[in-house]
Design a protein around this ligand. Structure first.
Ligand code: GDP
Ligand code: MN
Length: 393
């Protein structure tokens, strides 16, 4: 789960880590008032969306008087901000953050993620602050220093200091920077984060170390332990299809391809996606309807898949263990009747009550293509989509 920069900064401040003071605003007048109440004449007006790269997209503006603050707020509020992380469709800016500007001496990068090979969190630090870390990793990986640490013991001060020295923090700020690294590691572990990234962490000309940007993501499986974090969720920023799916307890993730998939079980969903790719198409989504899906759930899953305009064909691949094939078949038939089905649909059922399931599909009078196994199903849907697109090769 992602949160906004201003929410992340409030969490950091709560844990004793320095951030600039600021105000969250949803109107231009609030932004001007916020500017006037801040102690510095240099302030920063920042778009709050769940994506990075806002600066380059015009979502971060330095302002030096109230008129400039007004103009920046007018431009940014309501803009459709496009960054490399929003995708080409961009993201509507509903909220801005107006904060006291900082006189930057130097920008650094610090971030924590889970190292999947080591199975521990790892602190990363770099002298190349303000740049995309992916670019630094690709072009000059030696400029990223790393320190894996135990989630129960936290990041040791020695390790933190080694990184701080290594990225060139000046001696007089070493204590502050070390505290920051140790503190961020504490936040990461206490709140069950999956990512905590400060880019840039800066030193200022008056000798402070503080976070000018903050990105914190949380492990959704641990949210039940942190209701105060869950309360920060902003559904406006999430994929509407994924939000709708979560209401029905469906695991759904939007992908870029054209074949909509409805599968039960994450493992089967993964292999279905693989076999679709093997036969030359790409999945439009990951969808696990789960073991105990009801007819309504299947019907809802179907609607969510078909609402995606990229979907040129649908593959239903269900193994009826706990879930019976006739229930699936009824859900599919009902959904197809409700939603105008304008794309090919292949259904592969196997398991409990498979005969009844197939009979329901075949007796429905609907244009449903049935398949005998996964291979057959993937071949059929890929071919049907190609044929529908006028490519008979
Ligand atoms: P991002 O583009 O979404 O990563 O947004 P950031 O919050 O990182 O802001 C982008 C850039 O704006 C930073 O890398 C800084 O160079 C600059 N910036 C942000 N706040 C300040 C500030 O208070 N003073 C100055 N001089 N620059 C700032
Ligand atoms: Mn940034």
């Amino acid at each position: 789960m992602k949160i906004h920069e201003y929410q992340a900064k409030r969490l950091l401040a709560k844990h004793g880590l320095s951030v600039p003071t600021g105000h969250v605003c949803t109107t231009v007048d609030e932004a001007v008032k916020a500017y006037e109440s801040l102690p510095t004449s240099l302030c920063v007006v920042k778009a709050q969306i769940h994506a990075g790269g806002r600066g380059k997209g015009g979502g971060v503006k330095l302002v030096r008087n109230a008129a400039e603050a007004r103009e920046a707020a007018e431009n940014i509020l309501g803009m459709n901000l496009k960054t490399h992380q929003t995708g080409p469709e961009g993201q509507l800016v509903r909220t801005i953050w107006v904060e006291a500007g900082s006189d930057i001496a130097k920008e650094y990068y610090i971030g924590i993620a889970i190292d999947r090979e080591l199975c521990t969190p790892v602190m990363m630090a770099s002298s190349e602050g303000g740049m995309e870390i992916e670019q630094v990793a690709a072009e000059s990986p030696e400029k990223i220093l790393k320190a894996p640490f135990s989630p129960s013991e936290g990041l040791g001060r020695r390790e933190a200091e080694r990184l701080a020295k290594g990225i060139g923090i000046p001696l007089d700020l070493l204590g502050q920077a070390t505290d920051y690294l140790v503190g961020l590691a504490k936040v990461f572990c206490e709140l069950d984060c999956s990512l905590a990234e400060i880019n840039p962490l800066v030193s200022t000309t008056d000798g402070q170390v503080l976070a000018l940007d903050a990105k914190i993501n949380f492990d959704p499986n641990a949210l039940f332990r942190h209701p105060e974090v869950e309360a920060l969720r902003d559904l406006n920023e999430e994929d509407p299809a994924e939000v709708q799916a979560s209401k029905f307890d469906l695991s759904y993730i939007t992908l870029d391809g054209t074949i909509g998939c409805m599968v039960n079980g994450a493992g089967l969903a993964m292999s279905t996606m693989d076999v679709i790719q093997l036969y030359g198409s790409e999945p439009a989504n990951f969808l696990d309807v789960g073991g105990g899906a009801t007819r309504d759930k299947v019907s809802e899953a179907f609607k969510i898949i078909l609402a995606d305009h990229k979907v040129a064909g649908v593959l239903v691949n269900i193994f009826g263990g706990i879930m019976r094939c006739d229930v699936i078949a009824n859900g599919v038939v009902e959904a197809v009747k409700q939603v105008q089905l304008s794309v090919p649909l292949v259904v592969r059922l196997e398991g409990t009550n498979v005969k009844q399931g197939r009979d329901i599909l075949e007796g429905s009078g609907l244009p449903i293509i049935t398949a005998s196994d996964l291979d057959d199903a993937a071949k059929k849907i890929c071919q049907a989509v190609k044929t529908a697109a006028g490519d008979n090769s």
